[in-house]
Design a protein around this ligand. Structure first.
Ligand SMILES: Nc1ncnc2c1ncn2[C@@H]1O[C@H](COP(=O)(O)OP(=O)(O)OP(=O)(O)O)[C@@H](O)[C@H]1O
Length: 429
């Protein structure tokens, strides 16, 4: 009988198909019983070897699967690194802003270095993303648009101030009684009593335009009406629509009206209307065309707007003289309200309003303060009251004295004078 060592099994050297010649010697001999025993032993041995080999095979299989998955992982890593190397080796892209979309394939852009180009568009870019104002990347050689750069902030969110409820009321406004009355009739009543207008058969004005020098209370008036009507107050600033998001103004105007409808009853307050509604001087310039497009969108929104609805529009400007007459036509801003600088009586009232919650001495002569502040706006008077309060705090006093007010008047009014001197004619502070 040949000897087979354990290591033969382990190393696969054992030939399972062959039978040792010596094994035949048992057949037909007395040793047959021994031979059967031997075969049984051998079979058990082989079975146990078989189980062991199966286990080893399973283990090798699982190792193989592991190695294969590692291989795939490293292949992926190599591909990623290769792509990164390729990306770093490619020529840089030029950043540009879309000025105008001429057709599906042609777009007018202004590159970040200044010049404007008419460029082609990659067919893989979605048409909706190609809108005036969008930032794009151009191939350096062909200048074709290859990518639309996502905006880091939503212009609609940052350009609009939306306040669900206001805390300013008519009592917080000094000296503008007739202006308040105008707003009650043209904004408050259409929102609170629309049926009264229907009954009488008149349509309320679509838009109210407040004009006057800075700091005279135009914003305050709009906020107070929003408060009275419990309407959502949505404010946009004309110059921000244009300066920050060139090309996006018209989209923003559309979004503004959509939001106003969604949040109705609402009051849209457009501050610095002149920035988007000035008479155009130069049509050829891209920025001017943008302003025009924004204005066109505003007019379209106003024209398609139901004046009996629960969205009202108030706009404000310091420069009524530069407005495009189109904006003042009937059916648009057809109620024009002057918000003047406060007269003496109004100034005294505004002082009283702004010192209501301050700890002031009993002998404060508001009439005298009003006389001393002839050219002051409501905002200046507020600044005077605040400054007087600061003086009292600095001196650790319990109440604000008349002297504190006089010192503050002197300080704020002389500052105003010097600022006015350095400003070009026609510009307000
Ligand atoms: N008539 C007023 N009564 C009481 N406070 C006033 C009045 N006018 C202005 N103020 C004060 O001045 C601040 C600025 O006023 P407001 O923002 O309403 O001016 P504005 O006319 O909208 O100015 P701008 O044209 O610069 O936007 C107000 O928050 C308020 O404190």
């Amino acid at each position: 009988m040949s000897e087979t060592s354990d290591s033969d099994f382990e190393h696969g050297r054992y030939d399972f198909t062959s039978v040792n010649k010596a094994d035949y010697d048992y057949v037909g001999t007395d040793n047959e019983e021994d031979f059967s025993k031997y075969l049984l032993d051998r079979m058990r041995q082989l079975e146990s070897r078989n189980t062991l080999l199966k286990e080893q095979c399973d283990q090798i299989e699982s190792e193989k699967r592991f190695v294969e998955s590692q291989k795939l992982k490293y292949e992926r890593e190599v591909r990623r690194l290769q792509a990164e190397v390729d990306r770093l080796k490619t020529v840089p892209l030029v950043v540009a802003t879309i000025m105008d979309v001429i057709s599906e394939e042609k777009v007018l852009v202004r590159s970040s270095t200044g010049p404007q180009f008419m460029v082609n568009v990659s067919q893989y870019l979605s048409e909706e993303s190609l809108v005036p104002g969008a930032k794009v990347a151009l191939n350096q050689q062909t200048l074709a648009i290859v990518e639309v750069i996502p905006t880091s902030e939503d212009p609609a969110v940052s350009a609009m101030e939306v306040i669900e409820s206001q805390d300013v009321d008519y009592e917080d406004i000094g000296g503008l009684d007739s202006q308040i009355q105008e707003l009650i009739e043209s904004v408050e009543l259409p929102l609170t009593k629309p049926e009264a207008f229907q009954r009488i058969g008149i349509t309320p004005p679509k838009g109210v335009l407040l004009y006057g020098e800075p700091g005279t209370g135009k914003t305050l008036l709009a906020k107070a009406v929003a408060h009275r009507t419990e309407a959502t107050y949505i404010r946009v600033v004309g110059s921000e629509l244009i300066q920050k998001y060139i090309g996006d103004g018209s989209k923003l105007v559309r979004e503004l009206f959509d939001m106003a409808r969604k949040k109705s009853p609402s009051i849209i307050f457009i501050d610095e209307l002149d920035a988007i509604a000035s008479r155009r001087l130069n049509d050829t310039n891209g920025a001017d065309r943008e302003v025009q497009r924004t204005l066109m969108q505003l007019l379209a929104e106003m024209d398609g707007f139901d004046n009996r609805g629960d969205v009202r529009i108030i706009a404000a400007t310091n420069r009524l003289d530069v407005l495009d007459p189109a904006i003042l036509r009937p059916g648009r801003f057809d109620r024009i309200v002057n918000v003047p600088m406060p007269d003496e009586e109004a100034r005294a009232n505004i002082f009283r309003i702004h010192t209501r919650f301050m700890s002031v001495a009993k002998d404060i002569d508001f009439k005298k303060l009003a006389k001393l502040t002839e050219k002051a706006s409501g905002a200046d008077l507020n600044a005077i009251a605040m400054e007087a309060g600061m003086l009292a705090v600095r001196l650790d006093k319990k109440t604000i004295s008349m002297d504190d007010f006089l010192e503050s008047v002197q300080k704020v009014m002389s500052k105003k004078e010097t600022e006015k001197e350095v400003l070009p004619e026609g510009m307000f502070i």
